[in-house]
Ligand binder design. Structure first.
Ligand code: TRP
Ligand code: ZN
Length: 464
């Protein structure tokens, strides 16, 4: 038993697993390159890794707002998909001090975001294995010229982890393949008086150990790493319900967030969305308002994060993503329109049923843009890495594609498509072809020309 393990066991009486002091640094050797890095995403070729499948992430995170120091212990349970003498994780967070595989020290090396781990013993195809990574230091927030600020983000009184598209590696070692969904445990330790929220459900009351508090959250439904989230700081938390569903909303008291309105509008949006798209796919819902300064809202699983008090359409949009994006997730980032086109179209559907303009009139307004307008540039179904959040190409033209599909299929078949899509592919990954196939099988129409014109051709499509 190492010194660290004895310490953890003693402390364990008060706060199991919340112990970080005295992690021994382990000598490690660099390994030669050549292992398969990247899961094959066309826009993020380095993200994700081959040869194994993660089942669960257990993340012990100890964060001190005053110093920005994040100490972590990540325990990753995975299955080898082939015999592995080495494997990669994505990681660009604070310094690693030790890695074990199945309890034995492993050697490792880092090259950019690729962390290569060489276990003491070869891993056999089909077998489960456990990787533990100890790390600590001050994460450097990602600031991408086109994708903005993401990863580990500091606030006045804490931090928030917001990962879309490839920021998880900024604060924990991860198989950052959008197609490798896993369950998560977050065990977050902070100075007393500082709250911590994450995806999923809180497990029991916070545990106080001296001047530090530990709170545990479990995400029990499969989650893509870009949707994982923690929010640390002072929050006013409201625990409400939407029928049987827990609705946990939290507002930074120094922000413009209105806790009562966030709680009630979230409930209203989700109740309506459940009517349209079937049962809410996760075990709890909610939302968090924090002053992150990122200038976007994010559909983090079960509990979106807003950078200020959101309007109703934004709450409708982020919660629509729970069905479109979070439960049913693209296989690659090229199909981002399956997230943003749907979430935008749900806003149009909401508006038309709540005294706003019809979806047709919103469509008409955008369709009036002349053929030469830059609005029609780029392919909605392949916008390029730097344009995955393009308002015109991905959000609006994605929603317009769905509106064209609706007018072509008819309302009855279109709404059947939405319900069947969310049920058939819940907790799975999809590509545009899956939507085309399903729409054709429901409508008995040839929809390939519509998909080709609206998704895979630059320029303004003709309406037949
Ligand atoms: N996915 C978010 C939404 O539409 C938006 C988003 C995430 C975003 N990261 C971004 C927008 C970076 C612009 C830049 O709900
Ligand atoms: Zn969105």
């Amino acid at each position: 038993m190492t010194r660290r393990q004895r310490g953890a066991a003693a402390i364990g009486l008060a706060c199991a697993m919340a112990m970080f002091a005295g992690v021994p640094a382990t000598a490690h050797a660099a390994t030669a390159g050549g292992s398969p890095a990247g899961a094959g995403d066309p826009y993020f070729p380095l993200a994700g890794n081959q040869g194994y499948d993660v089942a669960h992430y257990d993340l012990d995170l100890d964060f001190t707002p005053a110093t920005h120091v994040l100490n972590g212990q990540a325990t990753i349970s995975a299955e080898a998909k082939k015999d592995l003498t080495r494997f990669n994780l994505d990681y660009s967070g604070p310094a690693i001090s030790r890695i074990t595989v199945d309890g034995r020290d492993a050697t490792y090396s880092q090259d950019g975001q690729e962390l290569t781990v060489v276990p003491a013993k070869r891993l056999k195809s089909g077998h489960d294995f456990t990787v533990k990574v100890w790390y600590g230091g001050v994460p450097v927030t990602i600031d991408d010229p086109t994708l903005g600020i993401y990863g580990w983000i500091y606030t006045d009184d804490g931090a928030v982890g917001l990962n879309e598209p490839d920021g998880a590696r900024n604060w924990y070692p991860v198989n950052d393949d959008i197609g490798d969904k896993a369950t998560y445990t977050f065990r977050i330790t902070t100075p007393n008086g500082v709250n911590a929220l994450a995806n999923g459900e809180q497990q029991g009351p916070p545990c106080v150990n001296g001047d530090r508090t530990t709170v545990t959250w479990n995400e029990r439904k499969p989650m893509s790493s870009y949707l994982s989230m923690v929010a640390i700081g002072k929050f006013d938390v409201t625990n409400g319900r939407i029928g049987n569903l827990a609705n946990v909303t939290a507002v930074d008291p120094t922000s413009d967030g209105d806790g009562a309105v966030l709680q009630s509008t979230t409930a209203e949006a989700i109740a309506w969305e459940q009517q349209k798209f079937g049962r809410y796919p996760f075990d709890s819902a909610g939302g968090i308002v924090d002053k992150s300064g990122v200038e976007y809202a994010l559909e983090t699983q079960g509990r979106p994060v807003y950078d200020g008090m959101p309007d109703t359409d934004t709450i409708v949009h982020e919660n629509a993503h729970q069905w479109f994006g979070d439960a049913v997730t693209p296989k690659t980032w090229r199909d981002i329109w399956l997230n943003e086109g749907f979430a935008t179209y749900v806003e149009w559907m909401w508006d038309e049923e709540h005294g706003g303009p019809t979806a047709q009139s919103v469509f008409d307004k955008y369709y009036a843009k002349p053929a030469g307008d830059k609005f029609w540039k780029l392919k909605t179904g392949d916008p390029g890495r730097d344009e995955i959040f393009s308002g015109s190409a991905v959000y609006y033209r994605g929603a317009m594609t769905l509106h064209q599909l609706r007018t072509t299929m008819g309302d009855r078949d279109f709404f059947t498509l939405l319900r069947t899509w969310t049920e058939k592919y819940r907790y799975r990954n999809v590509e545009t072809k899956d939507l085309l196939d399903l729409a054709q099988s429901i409508s008995h129409k040839n929809l390939k020309p519509l998909f080709d014109a609206w998704l895979y051709t630059e320029g303004k499509p003709a309406i037949p």
